[in-house]
Design a protein around this ligand. Structure first.
Ligand SMILES: Cc1cc2nc3c(=O)[nH]c(=O)nc-3n(C[C@H](O)[C@H](O)[C@H](O)COP(=O)(O)OP(=O)(O)OC[C@H]3O[C@@H](n4cnc5c(N)ncnc54)[C@H](O)[C@@H]3O)c2cc1C
Length: 287
């Protein structure tokens, strides 16, 4: 199928993009990498009357460290996340996860901002951002506001973004020394979305887990902040029993939709298994 006809603008600045959004209202859609939006338009699930292509806005791209934060422009591509020496050193969870997203063609165009703004529970960045305690900077006609990743995802394809706003930056604190992290994703084949995946960020004090964040992908209408799973680890020595307790707590909050990737019981079990694997891998990286 081909999409219905639509208008197209390619602004060169953020104020210009915001003016276009205000002018076209609900009829407009931001165009980033296009790897989620264009398939939806071709299937006519989305029929925007006007596309606002933000690829020419330089201030939305790039990764920098500033004021104790890593700041990632929304238009940074998956490949740029993978290749970033700063992220490899200070937030290795992001390049590790980006390497597991889609395929090389998609990673070349698809952006972190688009992956988050789309609100697809199958996308990987929402859970990664939750595990990283990221803050999203959203810009609209009245300026900027900050939204915690944990508050941003309201339902499938529903986020805190308003029709006149653009996700502009993602802010994350760099990992303190001796933080371990891992993203374990079960997928049927290269290029597929997760059957289930778990992101874990851990700190250990000797044998004892001193802090933990766990988030899950594609096992509910939104990415899940598995706080009870993390609590099952914190303050205790890491053992088979605590890892099992964390996995059970993660499975308890799963509410996946049955589809070709599996039924509810299988996806829930795989969320538990991915949680166990990611905890073990993150713990092995805490040195
Ligand atoms: C074959 C295939 C496999 C894939 N596999 C995976 C996978 O395994 N994991 C995964 O996470 N993703 C996967 N994807 C999705 C891919 O990562 C998309 O690139 C991503 O979901 C959307 O990013 P985009 O930059 O392409 O955004 P677009 O498609 O351009 O936009 C997506 C939506 O977000 C809105 N939007 C985009 N940027 C902004 C912004 N800055 N502010 C406000 N709104 C914005 C758009 O208006 C649109 O509604 C796959 C895609 C394909 C085609």
């Amino acid at each position: 199928m081909i999409p219905p006809s639509f208008g197209y603008s390619a602004p060169r600045s953020l104020p210009e993009a915001l003016q276009l959004l205000a002018k076209h209202g609900d009829d407009a859609k931001i165009f980033a990498g296009g790897h989620s939006l264009l398939p939806m338009m071709k299937l006519r699930f989305a029929e925007p009357g006007h596309l606002i292509d933000i690829n020419r806005i330089a201030e939305l791209k790039g990764i920098r460290e500033e004021g104790g934060l890593i700041k990632i422009g929304a238009m940074t591509t998956e490949n740029e996340l993978i290749d970033s020496a700063l992220l490899q050193q200070k937030l290795p969870l992001l390049p590790e996860a980006a390497r597991q997203i889609a395929d090389p063609q998609v990673r070349n165009r698809g952006t972190i901002g688009g992956d988050i703004a789309h609100g697809d529970p199958g996308n990987d960045h929402p859970a990664i951002a939750i595990a990283l305690d990221a803050i999203f900077i959203v810009t609209g006609p009245n300026g900027k506001r900050s939204v915690a990743a944990t508050d941003f995802f309201h339902g499938t394809y529903m986020t805190d973004l308003q029709a006149d706003e653009i996700l502009t930056e993602i802010h994350v604190k760099p990992f303190p020394a001796k933080t371990g992290s891992a993203y374990c994703k079960l997928k049927r084949k290269t290029g597929d979305w997760a059957t289930a995946a778990a992101a874990v960020v851990l700190q250990m004090s000797g044998d004892v887990v001193s802090s933990a964040r766990i988030a899950l992908t594609n096992v509910a209408p939104t990415a899940l902040d598995a706080t009870a799973a993390a609590a099952a680890l914190i303050g205790k020595p890491l053992s088979d029993a605590t890892i099992k307790a964390a996995a059970e707590a993660a499975m308890a909050i799963c509410d996946p939709a049955e589809d070709l990737r599996g039924d509810v019981a299988y996806k829930t079990a795989m969320a538990g298994e991915m949680t166990k694997r990611a905890i073990r891998l993150a713990a092995s990286r805490c040195n």
